[in-house]
Design a protein around this ligand. Structure first.
Ligand code: TRP
Ligand code: SF4
Length: 328
């Protein structure tokens, strides 16, 4: 069976952008040998000075994953820093990776600038430059064939492929596959105000928000600004609510669009349709989360078992890596 691996940084509460990503992982569990991990080392690359909530965020993320439907039986679910081989392979890869590959990576320059502008923070650290290398180690340690990620991550997959090729060439082995990014048709959801969904803008919908919070968020979403009265002709294409309708009310989004253009549906009514659909989607997840949260022993067991299984896989590959490099 082909192997799938992906990771997520534990950055706090999940929003509905993450939800589509995890729901896609849930589907992959049926077709592949799946490995999903919480990338706490990656969180440190930018949040090294803000670790107070780290353990809480990790645990919450695991609970969210389980509530959404990732299964500890079907997938290996684990925490990156609990598997020392990630750090070890990162070191070994650093020996064979030209600095220019990392300096050239578009996410590096982009993020450095973004951090400088948004918070004045300087993230030109060794660790952040090495981000794609650590990601490559995550992926190749489990000999993954497919890596479900967003488009923004493709440069990292490309560097991973280059490292795999280079390693195989230098050490005359066929150990590493050349992993491929698996782009799901996950729509990039914008925030409720039309900007990028982001914690700092407070424009996102939490997966675990209460019914009341959800209703408020949907009501605050911006619509076609030219629509003032219900019978004004609307432009769903530029409306944030409509972007969400296309995903969560897919079956009736065509009708909504026609009625909006014809001035036959008001924005209040349209938002109510969205709220109801979102709420029915999130309700069972909220309930499952509560159940899991009330069973801390179960969570501990899931994490311990996942870490153990991941550790075995990682050690197996590491032995082969060291054999190839004449380190043992
Ligand atoms: N960089 C990824 C992100 O920000 C998270 C990540 C870390 C990852 N290691 C990975 C994703 C390995 C896929 C495979 O989304
Ligand atoms: Fe947007 Fe719906 Fe209002 Fe049309 S009716 S502008 S799609 S919220």
């Amino acid at each position: 069976m082909k192997k799938v691996l992906s990771g997520m940084r534990p950055t706090g509460k999940l929003h509905i952008g993450h939800l589509s990503v995890i729901e896609n992982w849930v589907k992959l569990q049926e077709k592949y040998e799946t490995n999903f991990f919480i990338a706490d080392y990656h969180a440190l690359t930018t949040q090294f000075d803000d670790t107070a909530m780290l353990q809480k965020n990790i645990r919450n993320m695991m609970i969210d994953w389980l509530a959404i439907g990732l299964s500890p039986e079907k997938s290996t679910l684990f925490i990156q820093s609990k598997i020392p081989e990630h750090a070890e392979l990162y070191l070994l890869f650093s020996m064979i990776t030209p600095l220019s590959w990392l300096e050239r990576c578009p996410t590096y320059k982009g993020q450095v600038e973004q951090f400088r502008e948004q918070s004045g923070k300087d993230i030109t650290t060794h660790g952040f430059l090495g981000y794609p290398l650590l990601q490559g180690a995550d992926i190749l340690l489990y000999l993954a064939n497919y890596v479900p990620v967003g488009e923004d991550q493709l440069p990292h997959i490309e560097i991973t492929r280059e490292i795999a090729r280079r390693f195989n060439f230098i050490f005359r082995t066929k150990l590493f596959p050349e992993p491929e990014g698996l782009l799901a048709k996950i729509p990039l959801l914008l925030g409720t105000d039309g900007r990028k969904m982001s914690k700092s803008y407070n424009n996102y919908i939490n997966i675990m928000s209460t019914e009341d919070e959800l209703n408020k968020k949907v009501k605050s979403m911006i619509t076609d600004p030219e629509r003032i009265r219900k019978d004004d002709h609307g432009h769903p294409d530029i409306c944030i609510v409509y972007q969400y309708q296309k995903i969560y009310n897919e079956d009736i989004s065509g009708v909504i669009s026609e009625n909006c253009k014809a001035g036959k549906i008001g924005c209040m009514e349209c938002k109510k349709l969205l709220f109801e659909k979102l709420n029915t989607h999130l309700l069972p997840i909220r309930e499952r989360r509560l159940e899991i949260e009330n069973n801390p022993d179960y969570i501990d067991d899931v994490i311990a078992d996942g870490n153990k299984r991941a550790g075995q896989k990682a050690q197996e590959t590491m032995t082969k890596i060291k054999e190839a490099m004449n380190l043992i």
